[in-house]
Ligand binder design. Sequence first.
Ligand code: ISE
Length: 334
Amino acid sequence: MVQQIAIIGAGNIGHDHIRRIAGSVAGARLSVVFDVDTDRAQEVAAEVGARTVAGVDPLIAADDVDAVIVASPGPLHPEQTLACLAAGKPVLCEKPLGTTVEDCLRVVEAEASLGRRLVQVGFMRRYDHGYRQVKRVLDSGEVGEAVMVHAVHRNPEVPASFTSDMSLTDSVVHEMDVTRWLLGEEVVAVTVLAGRRSPWANAHLQDPQLVLMETASGVLVDVETFVSCQYGYEVRCEVVGSTGTVSLDTPSFGAVTSAGSRGRAVPGHWRERFADAYRSELQSWVDGMAAGQVTGPSAWDGYAATAIAVAAVEAQTRRQRTVVELVDKPALYA
Ligand code: ISE
């Protein structure tokens, strides 16, 4: 059966998802689009032969909608995800699940009381070939027990509206999720250090920053976030094990021969770097629904990542190590 997918939000990431569902995901079709910008919604819907609706409620209730992608601005995610749960429809909610811990918990509690998983959160790095390889090696025991992780997250530039805390809540939130997924344990504390500012950083932006996470078993995870690095988009991750190390295999973007040297091109944008991961995330979501099971990053994962991000913003503001506290995990997510 072909899954009929609706999308809330036809902005950048929403538009990408729409094109992917229409063009490169099997077993699904994009049926309905809603965006507050009605012209944009119509334009994007027309590209893929979908229809538009006037609001979120009619979209969720529609007969030609089996599942929903939430790609609206972050603060709207919890209400829209809760509305999908109330209608019993599977939902792929872009990250973050919510911008506050309380909002995320409302989603976790609503889903737990339903007793079945309908929510998947858009942490697409879990579908990246390189990260999956790192996890496979780690899980095999080949490099022993993880003792440290070193990570780098660089963007060439960000819009003027990007703030120092967004480096944590919008960018490093991916490493927060990846840390929990790779190591299979929770983060218990976070520290954020700000050093010398790059001359390229926007006036109000502290950039780069160094984030240090500590996991329940004591693994230390350092993440450099540098969102105005100028040269390209780059993500690195090395897990140091007790008997070896395993590093993220960054896909090759072609050889460049120029100005007397030959090297590998660096992607210019996360869209390019993680294009395969996004496609695979959507395919696996659609396949899961066809099999009656949502198995990707859960509402609990969304809640835990937001809890770490919120603690990191506090650590940044107060300039001190901040403990991450989570509620007891409902059995649904065991
Ligand atoms: C952006 O919002 C994303 O989600 C990208 O994956 C991330 O790498 C980038 O830093 C964020 O700004």
